[in-house]
Design a protein around this ligand. Structure first.
Ligand SMILES: Cc1cc2nc3c(=O)[nH]c(=O)nc-3n(C[C@H](O)[C@H](O)[C@H](O)COP(=O)(O)OP(=O)(O)OC[C@H]3O[C@@H](n4cnc5c(N)ncnc54)[C@H](O)[C@@H]3O)c2cc1C
Length: 499
């Protein structure tokens, strides 16, 4: 590990040895950012605690990442690739383990216990993209200081200092905020904190849920989005009596069309999962022992439950960084196309960042792992090199369910592009494939594919990025998903030939 510090000039970062210019400092009054804010509800969960490295050479940290999740793991890899990690980089984590691929928590992690469920250290970043598995030893070897279970509670912009829960004061040169999001919760007044209710955001949450599933008989999942669908599929794999309750008319209403959702809903129901659509929760009731016993709906229906999993969305984890400037439409910390906040030397990436989505000319906040990885890598590259390419993200969402060994059907779909526009064409009968195309003014804007081959999946981003003109009627008349993708491919080729 290096003990000598050099002071390179960074394109967009700041050095502790090069104080900010006074003209930049006055942008945010110190009084608005100095007081440390305690993070509500933080509790130490040391089931997988890893001791913090004690031999970090520098009092003053050149680079600090606040977070320790998906984006932090990929950012760390980029620092290493640039030769700027050893003795220079510190990651301040709220959790007790190094960054991991968070999506696994409601997928392989929840497999039935006899079906080889995923466990750490198996899925530390960056295995999700075929990269090295960054275990605690990896961070040690790379000379990266890891502070575990010590969330940042205060930011003093003027003095470039962070305060942590345990009372540490950390000076930083450049700061990358990667605090992600926190699960939305039901208020305590309607029973949102009763024992037996689970909100899945981190590995400790998933562990608690698993201990409950081991004893569970009746599981209720509240929410019909990604988390709800994934947890319900897992509970069905455990062969538990499972009911999904959600207020919308169909599954994953943010993305799926009603007819696409119906394919999945039918499949869940065929596998024993009960669905209550258009249902609003009134309150959650406890039994005589104080543990959850039932969910009461606004129409008076009562559904018995001993385990309740709530997946009703997430909120960006902006505290204690509000003074950096929040976006009032999409939430999160506002950044530019290089992930710079309005304060020089401070960046935000991943779920917490509100960034310009260049392709569609709008500000967005994306809570998906592909963006977490890419934003982190783009930000670090911009920070450490002279590159000024604006982040040009193509939205990419995916989910995988019923993947455990012996499942009736492994489901894996991927989506690229924009689903907020145009009309849709659905092709295929889910036996086993299905595709949906989003078309606006004749242009292909988004595409979702279920159970595609690797080559077919590779075509999707090219289509969504190039937005070729497609013949809607030809697509509608395609007799198979393969034929529809060939039509789309031909449109792409025709467009390329005219350029
Ligand atoms: C259960 C689950 C399943 C998912 N499945 C999918 C999927 O199938 N496909 C997909 O595309 N995306 C999925 N996602 C979303 C994806 O995981 C996120 O988009 C991604 O993890 C975001 O990375 P991030 O680093 O911004 O935030 P996170 O990975 O959430 O990491 C943030 C980290 O910061 C820590 N933190 C928060 N505040 C502080 C603080 N003050 N100080 C220090 N540390 C702090 C948190 O504890 C956390 O460890 C899923 C998310 C969850 C929760």
């Amino acid at each position: 590990m290096a003990t000598v510090f050099n002071t390179p000039t960074f394109k967009h970062g700041l050095s502790l040895w090069c104080p900010q210019s006074p003209s930049l400092n006055h942008r945010i009054a110190p009084s608005t950012c100095s007081p440390p804010i305690m993070i509500g509800g933080f509790r130490r969960r040391s089931h997988v605690h890893v001791a913090a490295s004690s031999d970090f050479a520098n009092e003053n940290r050149e680079f600090v990442i606040v977070g320790g999740g998906n984006a932090a793991g990929y950012a760390a890899r980029s620092f290493v690739e640039h030769g700027m990690a050893d003795g220079k980089l510190c990651i301040v984590c709220k959790e007790g383990v190094p960054p991991y691929e968070r999506p696994a928590l409601t997928k392989g992690y929840l497999f039935p216990l006899d079906k080889k469920p995923a466990r750490l250290p198996g899925f530390h970043t960056c295995v999700g993209t075929g990269g090295e598995r960054q275990t605690p030893e990896w961070y040690k070897e790379k000379g990266i200081e890891m502070l575990y279970e010590d969330p940042v509670t205060g930011l003093d912009i003027q003095n470039q200092t962070l305060t942590t829960y345990s009372g540490k004061h950390l000076k930083y040169g450049s700061l990358v905020i990667a605090t992600g999001a926190t699960a939305s919760r039901f208020p305590e007044s309607i029973g949102g904190k009763l024992p037996g209710i689970y909100y899945i955001r981190d590995v400790a949450d998933a562990d608690s849920l698993i201990s409950s599933l081991e004893r569970a008989k009746k599981v209720v999942v509240i929410g019909g989005g990604y988390i709800g669908m994934e947890v319900a599929a897992a509970a069905a794999g455990w062969k538990l009596d499972t009911t999904v309750i959600f207020p919308e008319n169909h599954f994953l209403s943010r993305l799926f069309t009603p007819s696409l959702a119906k394919r999945y809903e039918d499949f869940y129901q065929e596998n024993g999962v009960k669905l209550l659509k258009g249902a609003l929760v009134k309150n959650i009731e406890a039994g005589p022992d104080g543990h959850v016993a039932a969910v009461k709906l606004q129409d008076g229906t009562t559904i018995e439950a001993d385990t309740i999993v709530v997946g009703i969305g997430a909120k960006p984890a902006v505290s204690p960084f509000e003074a950096l400037g929040l976006n009032t439409n999409v939430g999160g910390i506002q950044v530019d196309g290089l992930f710079r906040t309005r304060v020089p030397g401070i960046f935000a990436v991943g779920d917490v960042a509100a960034f310009p989505l260049k392709m569609y000319d709008r500000i967005a906040r994306v809570e998906h792992v592909d963006h977490a990885r890419k934003s982190a890598q783009h930000c670090v590259k911009a920070l450490l090199s002279a590159h000024t390419h604006i982040y040009d993200y193509l939205p990419h969402f995916y989910s995988r369910v019923f993947e455990y060994e012996g499942s009736p059907r492994k489901i894996w779909w991927q989506f690229y592009g924009d689903n907020a526009v145009g009309e849709t064409v659905e092709v295929g009968n889910f036996d086993p494939k299905i595709a949906t195309f989003w078309i606006e003014s004749g242009k292909l804007k988004g595409v979702l594919l279920e159970s595609g081959s690797p080559e077919e999946f590779q075509l999707l981003p090219r289509l969504a990025r190039s937005q070729p003109l497609v013949d809607k009627h030809k697509l509608q008349n395609a007799s198979s998903v393969e034929e529809a993708l060939q039509i789309a491919q031909s449109s792409l080729n025709a467009q390329a030939a005219t350029v």
